[in-house]
Write a protein that binds this ligand. Sequence first.
Ligand code: CP
Ligand code: NVA
Length: 304
Amino acid sequence: MSEKIKNPQSKIKNFLSLSQINSDQLRLILDKVFELHGRQCDLLAGKTLAMIFEKPSLRTRVSFEQAMYELGGQAIVIRQDEVGLGKREAISDVARVLGGMVHGIAARVFDHNVLVQLAEFSGIPVINMLCDDEHPAQALADVMTLMQEFSPDHHDLACRKLAWIGDGNNVARSLAQISKLLGMKMMLASPAGYELTDAAQWGATQVRDPKQAVADADAVVTDTFVSMGQEAEKAKRLEAFRGYQVNDELLAAAPKHAVVLHCLPAYRGVEITDSVMDGPRSRVFREAHNRLHAQKGLLAVLLS
Ligand code: CP
Ligand code: NVA
């Protein structure tokens, strides 16, 4: 049943990076995420989100598209081989055209600067659906999952600790940024050359030993060792990340209450074992489903 929901007072123009969001703005989004959880309404009736993909996607595409539908709006998906962003047409021209036709743009790109240009020239809200440097929408679903686990009434994660095992990549960076905003601690264990270079800027600690990172963690988090666009480095990366698998032995070094997150897609048997993915401490499928709920809150704040 469709419900009337009060418009949130938004001052958030774009969602390109959690480094550009303050803790009050994040709280506004997260409050809206929980308010809209499980509800359909007409908040975005008549509104359209254009979604551009330079890289593949399952969760991000389906969750944003379904979120628009559940808020009474619609989404148009445009693949890079159709739009030719920066190839068939200048990014600034694509942005100007979309700015006069739709109400928001969401884009999954390689280069973060493409998102910045889309925002600059479109004049409408732009959402980062993943770039080489960050994946902020994923971080929203991750903290939602941890709030459901550890603080269902107050949604407070202050002083909780995340252990990141593996590549200091886009997902790790957004988690470090959101951890700082929410007062969480984060320790990353990565092999040499694959650290999160700006970890200290977000108050996160970088170590080598995965067991040291998980020792007092509330959540153990990992991601693929070979991100989209890094396929040519696969052999070198798999060699470098030996010893960084999230498996039963590593989990035995974590507190009993610690849960496991993975943004997915997972390469079972590589960065995470079947026994962990499918085990009692895994929250990875709730995390994936929470992408839908997180996108609804985000879209409600940005587009209404
Ligand atoms: N976690 C995530 O972003 O998944 P997709 O690449 O399938 O969208
Ligand atoms: N780090 C991964 C995340 C996939 C959702 C990648 O960029 O491919």
